[in-house]
Ligand binder design. Structure first.
Ligand code: TA6
Length: 293
């Protein structure tokens, strides 16, 4: 479908709730609605990305470099590129196709990309909307070069929350993390959950395969299940940083939290012909909060 300014979007609907749908701009999921039509992902009202540039929100794909720890721009180029529909995708296991509405996208480096990152690759992304409304993203990177290469990757997931001060992230307790606000110094999570009172930007390393993001007010929990994504990035810009971001409203930080399935601390190395797979499934469950919150 084309949106208002004629930009091609891909829309997935599932057979169940007519209102459940996923919208994509290129390789970026920009909207995911449940069967009541409620938007589950954050998108800034000040998003000014001119397609194919990533918009502020949704789930941009950070590849081949997450962050700015390398030779490429922040989060590198995949999220700002034109992807093509992959009409001849290599097969995936049945649980990532049967009973699901899905689209396969393909990104290959342009000459310009190869100038700044001289490694030939194929990045295939399958986005699935399950009959149950769950969202699954499967990325596969294949080295089609003659030499090995290494990369980092993240599903930079902007989850929509009612109020960041009412959000808890569970499943990362006792994990070690690199604090990007303290020169990536390593700490160990002491709390029984992560709560938010200020800017947080952490890479939890070797995290469990499942993380929960609880939105107290909406009595809703996002459960993230990961494969091939050993790290979790947790980020909220809070007030001061938000004010410095042209494409984020001053108070919008209260309605978002980034909890990213990622591989950052130990980049993946692929030999020629090898393939890496990173799978993220996000399930939304009603949370019955106990009285103590
Ligand atoms: O995940 C945290 C982070 O690396 C922050 O440093 C912040 O820059 C965020 O990603 C968004 O990056 P972007 O390039 O989209 O502004």
């Amino acid at each position: 479908v084309k949106d208002l300014n004629g930009i091609e979007q891909i829309v997935l609907r599932n057979s169940q709730g007519a209102s459940a749908k996923v919208s994509l701009l290129g390789g970026q999921v920009i909207s995911w609605r449940n069967d009541r039509g409620e938007e589950l992902l954050f998108a800034s009202h000040k998003a000014n990305g001119k397609a194919p540039k990533a918009i502020r929100g949704g789930i941009p794909i950070c590849f081949p470099q997450f962050g700015s720890c390398g030779s490429l721009e922040q989060h590198s180029f995949a999220r700002n590129k034109v992807w093509s529909v992959d009409d001849n995708p290599p097969s995936l296991p049945a649980n990532d196709s049967s009973g699901k509405s899905f689209v396969d996208l393909l990104l290959k480096p342009s000459e310009e990309d190869l100038k700044c990152w001289p490694h030939s690759f194929e990045l295939r992304l399958r986005v699935c909307l399950g009959a149950d409304g769950n969202l699954t993203l499967i990325s596969r990177v294949r080295n089609i070069n003659a030499k090995p290469f290494s990369f980092s990757f993240a599903y930079h997931s902007y989850l929509s929350v009612s109020d960041i001060s009412e959000v808890r992230v569970e499943g990362l307790e006792t994990m070690d993390y690199l604090d990007n606000l303290c020169q990536k110094e390593q700490f160990t999570e002491q709390g029984d959950a992560i709560t938010f009172e200020a800017e947080i930007e952490r890479v939890y390393i070797g995290s469990p395969s499942c993380v929960a993001v609880l939105d107290h007010e909406r009595k809703r929990t996002f459960v993230l299940r990961k494969e091939g994504l050993p790290d979790v990035v947790v980020w909220n810009p809070w007030e001061k940083k938000s004010k410095s971001m042209a494409d984020l409203g001053d108070d919008e930080y209260r309605q978002m939290v980034c909890v990213d399935g990622a591989v950052v601390e130990k980049p993946v190395t692929l030999k020629p012909g090898e393939e890496w797979k990173g799978r993220l499934e996000i399930i939304v469950v009603p949370s019955s909060f106990s009285s103590e919150g």
